[in-house]
Structure formats: structure tokens, C-alpha cells
Design a protein around this ligand. Sequence first.
Ligand code: B12
Ligand code: SF4
Length: 475
Amino acid sequence: MDKNSIILFNPMPVEHPVAIPNKMTTSLQVPLVNVPLSLLALGRMVRDEFNVKIVNAVVDNDYKKNIIHDSKNALCLAVSSMTCYQISDGIDTCKAVKELYPQLPVIWGGYHPSTEPLQTLKNPYIDIVIRGQGEIPFKEIVKKIRKNESLHGIRGVSYKEGGKIIENPGQKFKALDSFPPIAYDMIDVERHVKGYKFANRCIDYYSSMGCAAGCDFCSEPLFCGSRWSGLPPETVVSELEYLAKTYDIDTFMIRDSDFFINVKRVKEICRLMIGKNMGIRLTSVNGRMEQLSRMDDEVWGLLRKAGIHEIFIGFESGLQEALDAMNKGARTSQIKMCINKCIEHDIDIRGSFMVGIPGVDAKEEVTSTFDEIHKIISAYGTMGKLKHMDILLSFFTPYPHTRLYEASVKNGLKPLNTLEEWGDFDQFDFKAPWFSQVYFDITRDFRAGMPMNSGCGFEEWCGFYEGIKKRLGRI
Ligand code: B12
Ligand code: SF4
């Protein structure tokens, strides 16, 4: 390491003890090993001029020791963080580094610092925060640091100077194709290759950034201002082709927030993939149910042919009132429409639901959501195709400055006033003060009993669900 070296760090997303040995997170279905796309997105901007070292806690043993060692002569340490345990792990690491090298500039970016920049900067081990897309501001910052110049005027940047916190104006959302391509050769790809359902060799990829919707529980609208930008179809397909050949990849886990927003683009990507007969699969491809339920059969027909084998939809709730309370802009009837389309076109479904929305009647919410999930399990179960569906069921979790965070505080959530408090906040199974223990417990039991978590067959599931319904009736 030398003064031209930049350390980019992705801390551990979970502390949960089961998650680590299983290499799974959240519902225990979601792989924890992921390509650190955020860091690759930054690294591509500076790799020509700087020596970039990427550290991903999930795959790098001794990551803390190595970061401390490499910090000795580095130009800066840059940390990416969502609102989760990454904050705590990030703080611990930065503290250890700053105790030895107090002059080393520490930069934070990602969803949490972007939505809570001031609280983040109040932490004594963090000097600079980038709000929103990192590419351009990060490049400008490291050049300024190298020349020992002020960060004054760099858009999207908040920083400490002379004992004060300074917030520069925000930046505009930039088109994704204005940046150089993501360079996977900055990491040891082999250590990020995972198995997933039908995949033997799967890695992560993203073709777009942002989301045009405005769900009130989600950080995305705050982060990207409801803007969206996608790479041109030719670029997407040629990048996938290159990665598949170079790293012998059979499946890509697509990390877009809203892949299907531009149907013309989706069609073109599919046509190009079909034309090239690439033999690769795309999984976990994220779409909004209101869009997918309206998408015509011509497009649905292309998806599977092109290799889209699994679609990921945030259904969120079986109760219309809950969907409205979260400003989802969707109808519960669209859940069935999407499921039918997926079944018809032989595309696996991964759907996520949550309960515990503030201001919504818990009994109605839980009952309707369980019913909706049961309908999905039944649709697949009666065909003997349970392996083609996956349901993630979680508890509503408040994120900084979202409308539902404010509603949560009104409903009894103790406000989170520091970065440390956000780091300690349980993202795994958040027990909201307004969501009573009986509904919390029954939701956990229901989730554990779902076929994808318990391994049970359809008939056994139906018996189990009858029991859950009786129990719900008694509450
Ligand atoms: C992959 C992913 C994961 C992976 C891990 C990713 C990782 N970093 O290790 C896994 C599956 C583990 C994961 C977990 C969770 N995730 Co997640 N995840 C994503 C996803 C789909 C893609 C992230 C990505 O790589 N994007 C591509 C890169 C290029 O974009 P980016 O990360 O935004 O990076 C850009 C900027 O943010 C910025 N930037 C990022 N880091 C840094 C660092 C520095 C120093 C700088 C300067 C800039 C910078 O610059 C980058 C380039 O512009 C996003 C949604 C999305 N489409 O982004 C959700 C998302 C980030 N996840 C989210 C959430 C909520 C979670 C969970 C907390 C959910 C939960 N309760 O279980 C969990 C974490 C804890 C747990 N229980 O597992 C939210 C974040 C909300 C928030 N306030 O933090 C998102 C936005 C989804 C959503 N819409 O709600 N996630
Ligand atoms: S559609 Fe998904 S990514 Fe977009 S705002 Fe809603 S929850 Fe967030």
C-alpha cells in the first residue's frame, strides 16, 4: 500500500449467528455472498490513477486486520453501508483504523449515509459522506485528498472542516451509461461465485439503477429521487456474454430495483439474448406487480426464452389497506395476475411480503397476508411445483426519513438519533411496539412452517395452515 492506494470496504451485512455458517441472510433463502457491486462501481472510476484494494467482509477472512494493516500508507478508507449491521461493523473497523491513523480520511457512502448524512458525520471516525450515486463525487474527492485541497463545492458531498459539518448541494442523478463498464477483475470473482436453485455458477450483475415508484417504506425514492437509468440493451447483453465466458457463469442474479420499467428495453434485451442463444439464465429479476400484471403476453413469452428463469416481486401485503398505507400504487388482485403469468410462462416466482405496517389493523393484515401466501403455495403445490416458488416473509422495518419512519415514531417507535443506534437496530426480525407479541410469534411460526423453510410437502402444509388459521381465530 502507498499514498496512491484506496481501500474500499463492504462490511458484514448481518450479525445473525445462523446467517454466517449458512451463508444465507434474511429469510435464510437469500445468499449472503454477493459481488460488492457498489465498490466495483466506485473502483472503476479511479482504477486508472489509483491502486484500488477491495475488501468484502463476507468473503475476506481477517478483513479487519488486513484493513488496519493496509491503512498505514493508504490515501483513504471508503466504506459502503446499508441501514443494517454493516453500520456497526463499519464503525468498529473505522474506529480501529482511526485510533492508529487519525489523519486517514474515512469516507462513507451507500443507502444509509445517503439518507442520514448528518448523523453519519457526527460519528467521530467518519470524515466525509457521499449522498447518492458515488461515481463522480468519489473520483473528485480522492483527487482533492491527494492534493490536500478542500472538498468545497463537490456536489453530493457532506464533510467535516474546521470542526464544522458542511453540506454541499445535492448532485443530479446520472445516466448509467455515462460511466465506464463495471470491471469484475478488481475482485477475485471465484470467491463470489455462488450456487442458487438451478444455478451452479451464479454471480451478481446490475443493468439499471433507481426506481420510479414512491413506496413510503422504501429508501430508494429518497436515494434516487424516483429517477431511473438503465444501460442500453446491447451493452447489457454484451457485458453478460463477456462475464459468462470469462468466468464460466451460468446464471446472473440481477440486482436492479426495477428491471421491467421500460418494456421496450426489456423486449430488446430479450431479443438480443435469444438471438445469441447464450444459454445463460437470469434470476431474481426485480419487477413491480402493477407493471408486470399489465405486461402483454408477447413480452411474457420472450422472457423465459431469453433465459429469465425467476422474477422477484415485492407483493408486500395481502391487505389492500396496507398496500395503500405504504403508497405501493398496486392492487392485491395483481398478485394473482402475476402468479398466473409466471406459471403460464414457466418462470419461477420469488415474492416478498411483510407485516407490521404502522396504523394498519394487525389481525386483518396478518390474516389477509397469510391467506394470500397460502393461495400462492396452493397454486404451485397442487401442480407439484413447490420448488418453483419462494416466499420471503418479513416484518416491516423503518428506514431513515421515509414516511413510514415518521408514522412509526408517531406509533411509539423510539426515534433513532445516532449512527450507532441505527447499527444496533435489529433488521432481522424487527418487533415494532405497535405490533403485538401474539401476531409477531404467529408470523414467525407461519414463516418457519412454509414449505420452502420447513421442507414439508403440500398436504402437510395444508394441515399446518389449518392449525395456523384456528390459532389466528382464537387471538
Ligand atoms: C445486493 C443487495 C443486498 C445484499 C448485500 C449487498 C452488500 N452491500 O453487501 C444482501 C442480499 C445481503 C442485502 C441485504 C439487505 N438489504 Co439489500 N440490497 C441489495 C440490492 C438489491 C443491490 C445493491 C447493489 O449492489 N446495487 C448496485 C450498486 C452499484 O449500487 P449501490 O449499492 O447503490 O452503490 C452506489 C451508491 O449507493 C454509492 N455507494 C455505495 N456504497 C458506497 C460507498 C462509498 C464510500 C461511496 C462514496 C459511495 C457508495 O455509490 C454506488 C455507485 O453509484 C439493493 C437494491 C438496489 N437495487 O440497489 C438492496 C438494498 C440496498 N438493500 C436494502 C435492505 C433494506 C437490505 C436489508 C437491510 C433488508 C433486511 N431487513 O433484511 C438486508 C441487510 C441485512 C440482512 N438482514 O441481510 C435496501 C437499503 C435500504 C437502506 N436504507 O439501507 C435496498 C436499497 C433495497 C430496497 N429498495 O429497500 N442486500
Ligand atoms: S417499487 Fe420497490 S424499489 Fe421501488 S420504491 Fe417501491 S419498494 Fe422501493
